[in-house]
Design a protein around this ligand. Sequence first.
Ligand SMILES: NC(=O)c1ccc[n+]([C@@H]2O[C@H](COP(=O)([O-])OP(=O)(O)OC[C@H]3O[C@@H](n4cnc5c(N)ncnc54)[C@H](OP(=O)(O)O)[C@@H]3O)[C@@H](O)[C@H]2O)c1
Length: 326
Amino acid sequence: MGLCVPGSFHLWLRAAGGPDSRAVTQQTAFPGDRTVSLGDKTVRRIGFGAMQLAGPGVFGPPKDPDTARTVLRRAVELGVNHIDTAQVYGPDVVNELIAEVLHPYPEDLFIATKVGGTRDETGAWVRASRPEQLRVTLEQDLRTLQLERIDLVYMRLGVGGGGPDPVPLAEQLGTLTELRDQGKVGLIGLSAASVDDLTTALQITPIAAVQNPYGVGNRADEPVLDLCREHGIAYVPYYPLGSAFTGGPRALAQEPVIASVAAKHDASASQIALAWLLAHYDRMLLIPGTSSVAHLEENVAAGQIALDDDDLAALEKVRPPGAPPF
Ligand SMILES: NC(=O)c1ccc[n+]([C@@H]2O[C@H](COP(=O)([O-])OP(=O)(O)OC[C@H]3O[C@@H](n4cnc5c(N)ncnc54)[C@H](OP(=O)(O)O)[C@@H]3O)[C@@H](O)[C@H]2O)c1
């Protein structure tokens, strides 16, 4: 794997809008060694997305429950302290696994969940964004995760598709602010949010994080990312490896520019995709999803790759903003 190249780190800070003084003091750190403050916790930049620990179609128990447990245990051993989960994963299955393996939780562990959706008996994703539904989902998260407060709860917009939500965003966020006032929610985030959604939300309550689809092969969300940069909001890309649903990691490996940067750093294409994300914003937090211990280890190690200026310039052209995703 490539060593840190100070010049590239300067570029990374420039891309993140960081002041020059920080570039001087932080030249020697790898992108993955840095942390981000969220509420009263300090989060490492490479976390873990737990969705892949449910059964096929994110429904029911995992095919290999022992490996799922090992993945969770190993994530914490490797220093991961940000786990992204949701009541809809399973449903309940993933939250219960997390509690079974990791509770009582390490003091620094930061757990994020999402409300706004549910599953029907066939496993279909169904919208559940009315105030009473948000409260029920949150209570279920608290119970299954064995927590009194969830560090970060995203309002997941548009679950199941089907046109505009009949429940206004202000009402959804009103419910979440009530739950925050009751001490059941630490921070509020938005997921699958547009620039308009985020702009509206910021007039109602502070938004700590946005979780939207984004990656080296899918740059459609750059306007939202820019707005997050402007407000110092953490940005948590989902599908950072292009998603299991669409064979993302395979497509990354077949992309010639990514493959050549990967060969240069003696790294995998997935690692380069993660390193590219780290280089784009200093409050970008990664939650790659995996059901494999080997992939988990590989993903955490991606934090030790420092892409140089040539790498970043080449990767920039893989899918310019506006190009269709792969
Ligand atoms: N807010 C939302 O609506 C939303 C939607 C989707 C996801 N999410 C969150 O975002 C997280 C990440 O998204 P995701 O899991 O859907 O997609 P992803 O991280 O882009 O990709 C996951 C896929 O990549 C594979 N993979 C992981 N590491 C790999 C590696 N090093 N080499 C090769 N393949 C690798 C996984 O397979 P293996 O299991 O075989 O490793 C899985 O098929 C989820 O876990 C979830 O927490 C949120």
